[in-house]
Design a protein around this ligand. Structure first.
Ligand code: DQA
Length: 148
């Protein structure tokens, strides 16, 4: 059976392609979604691509993922820096978690340089643009393959 992964995106990532192109590039959210789903399929993963601007909905989705998914790739966007609730939900998920950021959060404003997720994630990718999503999917596939 194929491994199942979920790619969770936090607030404002639905506006990719429109917002701050100097930070996030010109790819649109829908283009990114198609690329991620295709790459996952190519690697034999069943993927769901999810986005919400609402913290509680992301917490619910992480809780639901415990039963349904084998791995989580998460770009929690601004909630990375603020959400104890998302961190707590992720720490209940005892399977691989990859933290992802399109921009290099450590090169930006001080408030972005703190992630509440990094120390509970399996690993992380930041500053490599939207390619980070592809790299995260490849890494997740390897992590899950090694578990089988
Ligand atoms: C982001 C970085 C966050 O600081 C920011 O709030 C985002 C996107 C990134 O992908 O680089 O919305 O997570």
């Amino acid at each position: 059976m194929n491994n199942k992964i979920i790619i969770i995106n936090g607030p404002n990532l639905n506006l990719l392609g429109e917002r701050e192109q100097s930070q996030y590039g010109s790819i649109t959210f829908n283009e990114l979604k198609v690329i991620c789903l295709n790459k996952s399929k190519e690697l034999g993963l069943e993927a769901k691509f999810y986005q919400s601007n609402i913290e509680g909905k992301i917490v619910n989705m992480i809780q639901d993922s415990i039963k349904t998914f084998d791995g989580i790739i998460i770009n929690a966007a601004a909630f990375t820096h603020t959400s104890v609730a998302i961190r707590d939900a992720l720490s209940i998920f005892k399977k691989p978690i990859i933290e992802l950021h399109i921009s290099n959060i450590y090169k930006r404003e001080e408030f972005r340089q703190k992630s509440l997720i990094s120390d509970i994630a399996t690993g992380g990718i930041f500053g490599l643009g939207s390619d980070g999503y592809i790299l995260a999917i490849i890494s997740m596939q390897k992590l899950l393959k090694n578990e089988d």
